[in-house]
Design a protein around this ligand. Structure first.
Ligand SMILES: [Zn+2]
Length: 615
């Protein structure tokens, strides 16, 4: 009782102090004090605090109040609120191993010409994996895959489809039109057979090609599409914030979904209409992605289409004109819930030779065992894919090596440095840390898909995945972008830690691109594991508004998935370092907390998580 009274007077003193220092602390520090006061005075707080509470989501309560309680009550050696809360005392010192020169050294190795672009199944792939395993071992991480050591071997099927230079279509009057390979269309076999065959199939426009009961949306209306070739819009409906999360792309807007649903409908194939706006990347990115050998996991008994194709907007316009159809009017019609499939009165045939090649690659992973016997079986993942496109078509300068320095060399460098920071702690965190380098991400998240389908622990024991992908080579930013923001409590912890760096969190500036579903965090999310991908945003310190957006846009246009993605002297790595520090603190906080993070209520992956935890 006496103890309580004493703390109450301490609280009153704190409250008075807060009134006095109003405006002199960074707002997140004041916010912390408010949460603390609120937590222990049953709401007896200053009006200033009440204002904060109104402005701040209550979900921050737990993540902020508890560490602050710990801090202010003296267990962490005093009341210096500028020290990251809830982290071990030597976290700061351990984090010092994360430096720009360390990151540059690692990425220079990974993206060197000797690694030959790390194409899945190639010698360069093998060299890169060996390098990563060696770094993990040197950092004191044990092998994550038992008798297989640091590698989880996996088979992939390489599918090479021979496409015709001209693709012919006929209308009902027997007249024809052809589209030109690469300039106008690209694609590949949807089956792992020696041939992919489309035999006199009718083209049907199916709008967005989406069936989403929770959105009361069905573009198919029960139409019989057996054997048809479906023509679809990229993206998902984006003009209404209430519909499919507005501009943010959901899985429904991804090309993978489009081909999957076409297969479910019994169609023979699907053509996706590309626009840079709807895809989030220009046509050359589609071309690079779909040219040459395509890797897949070996086929199971899932339904498959024969043909997966893409067409440029101009080509689609030409085709629809030939069919006597107005593409714009059909796109307009597709924006309504009452849209139903429209046969285009065109047919086409293709008989494509398909070359199949079984090849082997591997995920790479190392484990640092947690120090708390009760929690060490729970694992925090740090992931960064290790593959790129190997050696391929030359660019304008004649360069054929796809070095993949920003994608994904810098991210691997971050993961390695964070791994080393964990080993630099005097004691490992309570939960275990698994540093995981998935294979064949660029081929459709194959490595992480394989791992999450063949995990080394029950998904309910995976505490979180913190994914590193791409990165920042242009300096420090005031903002931290969370891709697909609004999903899990990992974001609350991240927001708090970003505030410690004097930064704020935002969502991506290109929500249409569906980035959350485009890197390895998605494979973890699919099995229910709270997963996050964040990195520097676009608010570059000392740069005018719009400068950051311009850097990213230029980079996507010039370097993304091209041989020119290589280490440059012009790189400024301060922001990359700051992000790695943030990743370390986030992973450390998650690994040290009493409870694992959760999806926000109602998230698309929440149900899967609850099922995994119940097992
Ligand atoms: Zn990537």
């Amino acid at each position: 009782m006496r103890r309580v009274r004493r703390s109450m007077s301490l609280l009153r003193a704190l409250r008075v102090a807060l009134e006095m220092i109003e405006g002199t602390l960074a707002s997140h520090d004041e916010l912390r004090i408010c949460y603390f006061l609120n937590a222990v005075t049953a709401g007896e707080v200053s009006s200033r605090c009440q204002k904060y509470f109104r402005e701040t989501e209550m979900k921050r309560y737990v993540t902020v109040a508890i560490p602050v309680l710990f801090l202010i009550t003296g267990c962490n050696g005093g009341g210096d609120v500028s020290v990251p809360v809830g982290l071990p005392e030597d976290a700061e010192t351990a984090a010092e191993v994360i430096t720009a020169s360390a990151l540059l050294e690692t990425v220079s190795q990974i993206a060197s010409d000797e690694m030959m672009g790390r194409g899945p199944g190639t010698e360069g792939d093998r060299l890169a994996r060996a390098y990563l395993a060696q770094r993990l071992e040197a950092a004191g991480y044990g092998p994550a895959f038992g008798e297989n050591g640091y590698e989880q071997p996996m088979s992939m099927v390489g599918v090479t489809t021979e496409l015709p230079e001209e693709w012919a279509f006929r209308n009902g009057k027997g007249l024809g039109i052809s589209l030109h390979l690469a300039d106008e269309f690209i694609g590949g076999s949807g089956v792992q057979h020696s041939a992919a065959v489309v035999d006199d199939a009718e083209l049907v426009f199916v709008g967005y090609g989406i069936t989403a009961p929770e959105e009361d949306w069905d573009d198919y209306k029960g139409a019989d599409l057996e054997g048809k070739l479906l023509v679809m819009l990229n993206d998902d409906p984006d003009w209404d914030p209430e519909l499919f999360s507005g501009e943010r792309r959901l899985y429904y807007g991804r090309w993978k979904y489009k081909y999957e649903i076409a297969a479910e409908k019994g169609a023979v194939g699907a053509i996706i209409i590309h626009t840079s706006l709807s895809a989030g990347y220009p046509w050359p990115v589609v071309l690079t992605g779909w040219s040459g050998e395509q890797f897949e996991l070996p086929a199971g008994d899932e339904p498959r289409i024969q043909l997966k194709a893409w067409m440029t907007e101009e080509a689609s316009r030409r085709l629809f004109d030939f069919a006597g159809r107005d593409l714009d009017a059909l796109i307009e019609a597709a924006r309504n819930r009452d849209f139903s499939p429209v046969p285009l009165g065109l047919t086409t045939s293709l008989d494509l030779a398909v070359d199949l090649r079984e090849t082997e690659t591997a995920n790479v992973g190392g484990i640092l065992r947690g120090s708390d016997p009760d929690l060490a079986d729970e694992v925090v993942f740090l992931s960064a894919h290790h593959d790129y496109f190997g050696i391929g078509a030359p660019d304008d300068t004649g360069d054929t090596i796809y070095n993949g320095a920003l994608d994904n060399g810098v991210a691997m460098a971050q993961a390695i440095s964070v791994a080393e920071a964990f080993s630099a702690l005097s004691e490992p965190p309570r939960r275990s840390i698994m540093v995981f380098f998935p294979a064949a991400e660029e081929q459709g998240l194959l490595g992480s898909k394989y791992y999450t389908e063949h995990p080394t622990m029950p998904p309910g024991k995976m505490a979180a995945d913190i994914n590193f992908e791409l990165g920042n080579i242009w300096g420090r930013t005031g903002d931290v972008t969370i891709f697909g923001k609004g999903k899990s409590t990992l974001e609350d912890v991240l927001a708090d830690l970003a505030a410690e760096q004097g930064r704020y969190v935002t969502s991506e500036s290109t929500p249409r691109s569906g980035w959350y579903y485009r890197s390895d965090q998605f494979s973890f999310a699919r099995i229910g594991v709270p997963a996050i991908w964040f990195k520097s945003g676009t608010d570059f310190i000392g740069q005018p508004e719009g400068w950051g957006e311009q850097r990213y846009a230029e980079w996507i246009e010039r370097n993304y998935h091209r041989p020119s993605d290589q280490v440059e002297d012009s790189w400024i790595l301060d922001g990359l370092v700051e992000d790695a520090h943030l990743g370390f603190r986030l992973a450390l906080t998650v690994a040290s907390a009493d409870e694992m993070p959760t999806w926000y209520p109602g998230d698309e992956f929440e149900e899967e998580r609850l099922a995994a935890l119940a097992e």
